[in-house]
Design a protein around this ligand. Sequence first.
Ligand code: ZN
Length: 329
Amino acid sequence: MSQATEAVRISGTLAIPRVSRNNRLYLPKELELAVRRLEDREIPVYWEHISARNAIGKARLFWNPEKMEVTYEAIITDPEAEQKIRSGIPFRVSLGADYERVDIIDGIEVPRNLFFREISLVAVPGIPEASVQVVEGAYVTESLIKIEERAVPFEATPKADEDRSWDGGRAVASLRRWASRDGSGEKDTIDWAKYRRGFAWYDEENPENFGSYKLPHHEVIDGTLCVVWRGVAAAMAALMGARGGVDIPDEDRKPVYNHLVKHYEQFDKEPPSFEKLEELRQRANALEEKGLLYEALKVTEEMFRLIGLDFNAPRPKIRFVINTRTEGE
Ligand SMILES: [Zn+2]
């Protein structure tokens, strides 16, 4: 907690994209209800939507009925975060939310029962309009609501036995049968909204394709959708794999990480830090580029340890650094 320094107050407006790039419509009514649902409770403030670490402060949200906007007031108590804000590092404030379901109205997707979980300060180097200004003693920011759209919303499904082995092929086959109208698992019988609950990411532009669903970590066991610990760790490893790891847009990496970290918490596992994993990933990439495969492998081993996978155990079917460009070995 802060002792020497004073807490920083920030406040501002969370601008609402009325129709998002994915043809989703966030109705003012839903936003208002989401604010009211908090009943004046404070929500945590994080850096970069990473809830695995301690909150850096807390925030209250308000609904402005004239402007139909969500506004916030936050107090930042973490000394390191205070320092960053005071030093003028530009950042954006974004609101992390999830929702219960999506209704299709005239072809537009309308998320229902939004739940505001946290707000985050997200560093955005070089974007001047997002920088923090001091206004009458408070730091004021303008920002965007960010609904974590392409990461599949986290769902605390029942846990499979922690020792259960992970077989991605077996898990995906179980998901296909489960999400299939007639149990066949054939493509044209799939309820895709149901199917995606087994994964951490899917391609919204192309939802009716098996190949659009990535990072499975749930499996249907005796008719119940369960989360499998080794599947969670394997998905984390794939997310952090060097070239050959999972191919998803960069901006989706953190929401996917956040989804997986919530499963770590379900299993009482220490979640690895995103920054640390990113650092190792980049190091492994750089080493591999130089042809230093043994060193790259060592870095990958350290990453496995942090993720909670046994490096010597049979590997999940993920291509790691060592599988690419081996001609120099
Ligand atoms: Zn999940």
